[in-house]
Ligand binder design. Structure first.
Ligand SMILES: [Zn+2]
Length: 264
């Protein structure tokens, strides 16, 4: 399995990060994508990637960070994005859930990151909360060339279809275990090649929510629920979603199960 969205630089992992990565490996997670969504996180994410060859990076400015990141960071972000381990731009998008940064700041950074992704030929990792329609409208207007993923997808078949028409993937995580009927319908009906797995660790622990923190080693809980909804065996669900994640991020992995598992 590939965890396409995690935040292992979060301070909630400071006490046991090596054990968390160890548990992920034992759970069958071969690769992870760490989302470095603010300037201060990028150097720490690079350190983590240096120590763990199975970790890829996504760099960007989260909508909730947009008011405090200066315009001059755009050039720095471009430099970060050219690093060989960086496979995507984000997470970016719009978030109207809380009283966050003004929409103008969020939208300016969203459009800047779409332009950067197009310039570098990278896919986008999209975050939206209470802003699905506005987010999809901007994506449909700009049509990012390398596509991307609607991270933490938690909507119905109509939104899934619009994402697929854009050449986007659906990031399926803990929400799939929360009993959301529209999401379950979307995941049952979506084209198989559009589904990728994610945890969003340390957020959104899959049911049973007992640990108060999510971690990549809990990805099998999402895989099991996906298998149930699609009528797949777990091995099939793993094979399909891993191939999809490799396609989405163009992961520089060789074919074959031995090579695909990059753990030293
Ligand atoms: Zn995230």
């Amino acid at each position: 399995m590939i965890d396409t969205h995690c935040h292992l630089c979060d301070k909630r992992f400071d006490k046991d990060r090596p054990q968390v990565l160890d548990r992920a490996r034992h759970a069958g997670v071969t690769h992870l994508v760490e989302i470095a969504y603010a300037p201060a996180i990028v150097p720490r994410a690079h350190d983590l990637a240096r120590a763990h060859p199975t970790l890829f990076l996504c760099v960007g400015v989260h909508p909730s960070e947009t008011a405090r990141v200066s315009e001059s960071y755009r050039a720095t972000l471009r430099d970060h994005a050219r690093h060989a381990r960086v496979v995507a731009i984000g997470e970016t998008g719009l978030d109207f859930y809380r009283a966050g940064p003004p929409r103008a700041d969020q939208e300016r950074w969203f459009r800047a990151q779409i332009a950067l992704a197009d310039e570098l030929g990278l896919p986008l990792v999209i975050h939206q909360r209470a802003a699905l329609e506005d987010t999809l409208a901007i994506l449909e207007e700009t049509r990012p060339a390398a596509g991307g993923v609607l991270h933490c997808f938690d909507d119905g078949p109509a939104a899934a279809e619009r994402a697929a028409r854009l050449g986007f993937w659906l990031g399926i995580g803990g929400c799939l275990t929360y009993g959301h009927a529209a999401l379950e319908e979307a995941v049952r009906e979506a084209p198989a090649d559009r589904l990728v797995l994610e945890t969003d660790s340390p957020y959104l622990e899959p049911e049973p929510r007992s640990l108060k923190r999510n971690e990549p080693g809990l990805l099998p809980r999402v895989l099991r629920q996906l298998s149930r909804l699609r009528g797949w065996g777990p091995a099939e669900a793993d094979r399909v979603t891993t191939a999809n994640a490799r396609a989405l991020f163009r992961l520089p992995l060789e074919d074959g199960s031995a090579a695909a598992s990059g753990w030293a």
